[in-house]
Design a protein around this ligand. Structure first.
Ligand code: SF4
Ligand code: SF4
Length: 377
């Protein structure tokens, strides 16, 4: 009988074998639902409040309209009709719930895609980044999600500048401004007399041009007022976050994967595993696929990596058995894995997770602690 060959594995051959079974993930190009939805801002228009209502009546003749409605100090999404359109507001800051729910609802039956012509008004800069990160998941991989794609492609995005911020907002710390710069169809910047309007896509531009009696070319005084308002809000967001001086979030979180801060309770101690942070985050995308009573209807419902059973596999093994491991995964997913795989931070600094957390866990403070604990290069 022949002796088995005496293989010697060099580090190089081991690397080749490893790469064969676990090929490196290439950063994927982010898919933008409409190829026309690009930053093509050429001209700025002006529309007054009354004409905006008239314009929205035109929008309503072809689409459903969802926009913001004030509730206490917050905003919620509401469906508007021709009778209520004059009550539409653009919102001082983002709604309590992200617009993700229009494209990836908490629970949906996956039946044949139908046309979904809608307009969503009041989407903020932080929301646009979050939608873009969801596009990477549902449209940017090897397979597209038809249910998400249909709703996303059929929806007119009318975004709006923030004119104020909540004390939990920290968009400027995540590389964003409190006004949208791209990936919208139409943007509204409130000024005293009405709104400065920018078109970010051909669809938006066509709609504006089809109503020449409602929109005028913006004059210098109006665009200057817009810029002044924008600077004031950006400065307010920066000032309220001046106590945080963490380094690049992906770097901090990747470098602190084995930090005792996760485990010793400094970060996860007060988490009661309510899942609130995942539910309000516009970039969370995990779901559970199931069937309704009739078996033939597939349903999907949001799921959460915070749940103890989420990562459990057959036989009972669970790579994230401990609470701190699950909370760490939340940060790793948004700030390390998704920038690596999709080229975009999956946190926009919307602050919704801070606001909702009964354990008063603040992602900004967590990043500050981690940043302070890792040595500077
Ligand atoms: S992690 Fe928190 S702050 Fe970041 S996008 Fe999600 S909800 Fe907003
Ligand atoms: S909201 Fe707070 S308490 Fe609830 S799961 Fe998230 S971190 Fe834990």
């Amino acid at each position: 009988m022949l002796d088995p060959p005496n293989f010697v594995y060099s580090p190089r051959s081991l690397a080749i074998i490893f790469d064969f079974f676990y090929p490196p993930v290439e950063p994927r190009r982010l898919f933008v639902p409409s190829s026309l939805r690009t930053a093509r801002i050429r001209m700025q228009y002006f529309i007054n409040r009354q004409n905006l209502s008239r314009f929205l009546l035109k929008v309503l003749s072809a689409r459903s309209l969802f926009a913001l409605k004030e509730k206490s100090a917050d905003y919620e999404w509401a469906k508007f009709s021709t009778d209520t359109v004059e009550h539409v507001v653009t919102g001082r800051y983002r709604a309590a719930i992200p617009p993700k729910m229009f494209f990836f609802p908490p629970s949906e039956v996956l039946d044949s895609p139908e046309p979904f012509p809608s307009a969503v008004l009041g989407v903020k800069s932080c929301d646009i980044r979050l939608l873009h990160t969801s596009d990477g998941i549902f449209l940017g991989g090897s397979a597209e999600d038809d249910f998400y794609k249909r709703k996303r492609a059929d929806t007119l995005l009318i975004s709006a500048d923030c004119t104020d911020c909540k004390d939990t907002c920290f968009c400027v710390k995540m590389g964003l401004n409190p006004w949208p710069e791209k990936n919208f169809d139409i943007n509204l910047s409130p000024i005293a007399e009405g709104f400065v309007v920018e078109c970010g896509s051909n669809i938006g531009e066509d709609l504006v041009r089809q109503s020449p009696n409602l929109f005028q070319k913006a004059i210098d005084q109006q665009t200057r007022e817009k810029e002044k308002n924008r600077r004031a809000v950006a400065e307010k967001v920066a000032a309220q976050n001046s106590r945080f001086d963490w380094r690049e979030p992906s770097e901090i979180v990747a470098a602190s994967e084995n930090s005792t801060l996760w485990k010793d309770g400094s970060i996860s101690k007060t988490c009661v595993e309510c899942d609130g942070c995942r539910w309000v985050c516009g970039s969370c995308y995990c779901f559970l696929l199931g069937e309704t009573q009739g078996f033939w209807d597939k349903t999907r419902t949001w799921d959460s990596c915070q749940s103890a059973g989420y990562a459990r596999v057959a036989g009972g093994s669970n790579p994230r058995r401990e609470k701190y491991q699950r909370l760490r995964n939340y940060y790793m997913c948004k700030l390390v894995y998704r920038p690596k795989n999709f080229g975009l931070l999956a946190c926009s600094g919307c602050g919704r997770c801070i606001e909702v957390c009964p354990g008063k866990i603040d992602i900004r403070e967590s990043l500050q602690k981690l940043s302070g604990a890792i040595p500077r290069k």
